[in-house]
Design a protein around this ligand. Structure first.
Ligand code: FAD
Length: 314
């Protein structure tokens, strides 16, 4: 058995996986191995805490990253890691499911916390359940115990200048029958809301699209980004999908979240549970968002926002 493995898609989420991977490797008194296809990051992963890097060779331009799956699965079959973690990105979830299928392994998806249960030699995984209303804890005690970890569940590992490790190359994959024809960057209407320190969220309390400028001005005054609830992006089409927050959209972790005309249904609250301070403006005092808010203003957003702007300008 070969300790804890993580598949790092990029340095940011890779460092988050290293944080929990390192803890688990120390729990089971074993090594932490990072698998990557980015040769330029191999030394970086060691500096951030990996004992070993397994480097996948570069792929021809027309080959998708999924071509690596058989190589990773074969290596895992040979080395049999105790624990194998991936990020729950689109790519990570697909790779995890297909690798777990090939290894007949247990897989917990979109986990928000992981723990080693010594007495059962089990990996305990927390994941949101019932649309985020409950947390489910599941245990897996058969190697390889696999999990995908929700981005930003753990803070990124810190650099240790004196950390040493080894780098081994994995074999090249067989050419995939699937060919990658072109890559197109997804259009982004604004900055990345999952990174924003301040988020002003637009809900159905806004009566028309032109009024969204009110929220834009407030976000600008606070140095933040605008975001929205599902009906604003999906039903009204007033803002793009990549600005939507919630269970089926982006999770945010700002220092300050301000919900304007947002009712606070559980599917939306799931996306803001890691916000440090939640402020709600809603004219209905019984709106569920007030139960989650640190500060609540019961009032008409069309009156409250201009007054907030006035106060800010002072
Ligand atoms: C499977 C599933 C997944 C979902 N995923 C998501 C998701 O990822 N993200 C998401 O956001 N939703 C999601 N939803 C939808 C979710 O259940 C809610 O319907 C949605 O979040 C409600 O959006 P809202 O708060 O903007 O609208 P509403 O619930 O209609 O609330 C509007 C609020 O504005 C207030 N208001 C009205 N006028 C004013 C005014 N002038 N001033 C102040 N307040 C005012 C009202 O009192 C009300 O509370 C999902 C639903 C399902 C079933």
């Amino acid at each position: 058995m070969t300790g804890v493995w993580i598949l790092a898609e990029n340095l940011e989420t890779g460092r988050e996986l290293i944080t929990i991977g390192r803890t688990l490797a120390d729990n089971i008194k074993s090594d932490l191995t990072v698998i990557t296809w980015q040769s330029e990051l191999s030394q970086e992963y060691i500096a951030y805490g990996a004992d070993k890097v397994l480097l996948l060779p570069a792929l021809p331009q027309d080959q998708p990253l999924q071509s690596y799956i058989p190589v990773i699965a074969e290596q895992a079959r040979q080395d049999m890691p105790e624990i194998f973690l991936l990020t729950s990105s689109l790519l990570g979830k697909e790779m995890a499911a297909r690798i777990a299928g090939q290894l007949n392994a247990g897989l917990g998806s979109e986990c928000t916390a992981l723990r080693w249960i010594e007495s059962e030699a089990a990996l305990e995984m927390d994941r949101l359940f019932y649309g985020g209303a409950a947390v489910q804890s599941i245990r897996c005690s058969h190697a390889p115990r696999m999990a995908t970890v929700a981005p930003r569940s753990y803070s990124p590992a810190s650099r240790q200048e004196d950390k040493r490790g080894t780098i081994d190359e994995l074999p090249a994959p067989q050419p995939s029958p699937v060919k990658l024809l072109e890559r197109n960057a997804r259009s982004q209407a604004a900055g990345d809301i999952s990174e924003a320190k301040v988020v002003v969220c637009i809900g159905r309390g806004f009566m028309k699209q032109d009024d969204l400028d009110l929220a834009r001005q407030l976000a600008e005054a606070l140095g933040g980004e605008i975001a929205c609830t599902r009906p604003i992006s999906q039903d009204m089409g007033w803002l793009p999908e990549d600005l939507c927050i919630g269970l089926s959209a982006k999770k945010v972790k700002p220092d300050l979240y301000i919900g304007l005309g947002v009712s606070g249904q559980i599917q939306h609250l799931t996306g803001i549970r890691d916000a440090r301070i939640i402020v709600a403006v809603n004219q209905d005092a019984s709106a569920p968002i007030f139960a989650a808010a640190d500060y609540g203003i019961v009032g008409d957003l069309y009156e409250v926002v201009p007054r907030l702007m006035q106060a800010l300008s002072k």
